[in-house]
Write a protein that binds this ligand. Structure first.
Ligand code: UDP
Ligand code: UDP
Length: 317
């Protein structure tokens, strides 16, 4: 068995972070979960607190942090439009000052560091599906820019620390992901539709519902992140991680209504500003370099997510 590593996960209380902490612990590692809980819930990691390999550190990564670790997964940043637009200046600071501090830490302790980047770096794309070589079409001054440009600049910092200081970096561009422990109030389409369906309330379709997304189940995504961290040092990415099965938002609404046995009607609402029309990852690079592809069919993943939200009656509005 591989020897145990000491691993920091920033944003460890979040949706992806908590699943990542859990998985890394179950593999026998020591995990330091770092989070300021700005947009995440500490109850996502309550079940890990008794584990001797687990440590929770309430810390904002825009401030320096001196710890000793072998690997860093940098996931910290509000990730849904509702959360990242609440304090956009802080969002940019988290992306950039946070990246600088975590890269400084990686440099000092010679740790490998993985950045959770995003499909948002492609903006509203002109090419479809999006491969890593595409530079994106991003509005630099819009309401999504604090996140999109913050994440783009973080990628720049990762590559400059790699070139200038020789540290081992990995960049994952994460596409829409769903599953248990999604934040119930972050306005994400999957959680919104499930919560609305479970209450038989109207399911809110923004715009025509013809826009597409591709949804990856969280367990698959976590596999991809860990496989990426475990690649040889010379492999940096960026690499797309997501599910290439594309679906329109209208189809998604119908599927969720059906799977949750709901009577909900659908209701059209205005499309948010800069909402991308199409999104689908090209995952050939991940398939070739990580031997990874998503394995969970949408229906299966949605069923698990629906039962998670069913069990969380207190979150219903
Ligand atoms: N840093 C940190 N933890 C460390 C080492 C550095 O938080 O263990 C921070 C440090 O405060 C600095 C940033 O990371 O602001 C970048 O570090 P680097 O060594 O690249 O830059 P410098 O210290 O030379 O400005
Ligand atoms: N969306 C929707 N109804 C909702 C929430 C979202 O129609 O209640 C749409 C949204 O406009 C977007 C898609 O679903 O086109 C995915 O939205 P989400 O915020 O989940 O992710 P992102 O826009 O970051 O891909």
């Amino acid at each position: 068995m591989e020897s145990s590593k000491r691993i920091a996960v920033t944003g460890g209380c979040g949706f992806l972070g908590s699943h990542l902490c859990e998985r890394l612990l179950s593999m026998g590692n020591e995990v330091i979960c770092i989070d300021n809980c700005y947009s995440s819930r500490k109850d996502n990691i309550y079940h890990l607190l008794g584990d001797p390999g687990f440590e929770f550190l309430r810390h904002d990564i825009t401030f320096p942090l001196y710890i000793e670790v072998d690997e860093i997964y940098n996931l910290a940043c509000p990730a849904s439009p509702v959360h990242y637009q609440r304090d956009p200046v802080q969002t940019t600071k988290t992306c950039i000052h946070g990246a600088i501090n975590m890269l400084g830490l990686a440099k000092r302790v010679k740790a490998k560091i993985l950045q959770a980047s995003t499909s948002e770096v492609y903006g509203d794309p002109e090419i479809h599906p999006q491969a890593e070589g595409y530079w994106g079409r991003v509005n630099p001054i819009g309401i999504r820019s604090c996140y999109d440009e913050g994440k783009r600049c973080a990628e720049t910092l990762f590559f400059d620390y790699h070139r200038q200081h020789g540290i081992a970096v990995k960049i994952a561009r994460i596409f829409n992901t769903y599953g248990p422990r999604m934040h119930p109030n972050d306005g994400r389409v999957v959680s919104n539709f499930i919560l609305q369906s479970l209450e038989n309330k109207p399911v809110t379709i923004y715009g025509s519902g013809e826009q597409t997304r591709s949804f990856c189940f969280v367990d698959d995504l976590i596999d991809g992140l860990i496989k990426l961290m475990d690649t040889q040092d010379r492999f940096t990415g960026p690499v797309n991680l997501g599910n290439p099965d594309e679906i329109t938002i209208m189809e998604l609404a119908e599927k969720i209504i059906e799977l949750s046995g709901s009577q909900s009607p659908v209701e059209k609402r205005p499309l948010p500003v800069d909402d991308p029309l199409k999104r689908k990852p090209d995952i050939q690079l991940a398939e070739e370099n990580l031997s990874w592809k998503p394995l969970t069919p949408l229906d299966k993943g949605l069923e698990q997510t629906i039962s998670f939200f069913r069990g969380k009656g207190k979150w219903k509005s």
